[in-house]
Design a protein around this ligand. Structure first.
Ligand code: PRT
Ligand code: MG
Length: 230
């Protein structure tokens, strides 16, 4: 039910009539700021220093909401936000249902990789048909990856600090995002296999796109021009 713009629920606050954009703070916010600027949108508060979760912008009818990276698709799917920016990793885990994904923004880039303790014979373990214990936050992508390879794995779901799992004997290998590689190196781990490259996408609520296309299309177009010229 993404109709909050026209249906006033008596149990909810009156809906904001403008455009709501969901972002997570940190790299997604930082990398999206230039794209917003190209669309003429400037946040009036900095999410790193402000405690407010709803950030006004220089345009009265555009606001930003700051949520956890993995909650961005949920806000957009239910129409609490019209637009959002989310990593491909987050969208793969969420399934991407009920959303349009019109643009790869080519920001917040990294790779989803299999990593092992230095010296661990990953290829050998796979050849021998050893049953691997894999710790990850990205269970959907990991399950699909090993299923395609025909490798049996036991998945252990974690919510953070995957690097610790092989160091403590919780798992043999991990699947995590890697950008500089410094985190792996600092923990005596090495990447042995790339699962896919990751970047952030613009996501759009399906009902909002139908009902408020006139208001949303110029923002999407400005983002597309910035990405195209980057
Ligand atoms: O931090 P929080 O738990 O709130 O959520 P989150 O980690 O999902 O959010 P955030 O803001 O850290 O990441 C948002 C998005 O940025 C992710 O969904 C990815 O699409 C993208 N991204 C790009 C990354 C990285 N690069 C990245 N390096 N997300 C996380 N990392 C982490 C990685 O998990 C590992 O712990 O950084 C560490 C590795 O970095 P290097 O540079 O040492 O290799
Ligand atoms: Mg993080």
């Amino acid at each position: 039910m993404a109709m909050n713009k026209i249906v006033e629920s008596p149990t909810r606050l009156p809906a904001f009539k403008g455009v709501t954009i969901a972002l997570s703070k940190g790299r997604i916010f930082d990398d999206t700021t230039p794209l917003l600027k190209a669309a003429g949108i400037t946040p009036l508060l900095n999410p790193e220093t402000s405690r407010e979760l709803i950030l006004p912008t220089n345009q009265d009818d555009v606001r930003l909401v700051i949520v956890r990276a993995s909650d961005v698709p949920t806000y957009v799917q239910y129409g609490a936000a019209d637009l959002g920016v989310a990593g491909r990793d987050v969208l793969m885990e969420q399934g991407g249902g009920g959303l349009y994904q019109p643009l790869d923004l080519n920001i917040a880039r990294c790779k989803l990789m299999v990593a092992v303790p230095k010296g661990f014979d990953y290829e050998g373990a796979i050849r021998r048909g050893a049953r691997l214990r894999v710790a990850t936050k990205y269970t959907e992508a990991t399950r699909n990856h090993f299923a395609e390879k025909g490798v049996h794995v036991d998945l252990i779901k974690l919510y953070g600090s995957m690097e610790l799992a092989p160091l403590t004997g919780l798992a043999d290998v991990i699947v995590d995002l890697v950008s500089s590689g410094n985190t792996l190196k600092a923990n005596n781990l090495e990447a042995v296999e790339e699962i896919c490259s990751i970047s952030a996408r613009l996501i759009v609520n399906v009902a909002a796109w139908k009902l408020s296309r006139q208001r949303l299309a110029p923002i999407v177009a400005a983002f597309a021009r910035s990405v195209g010229s980057a």
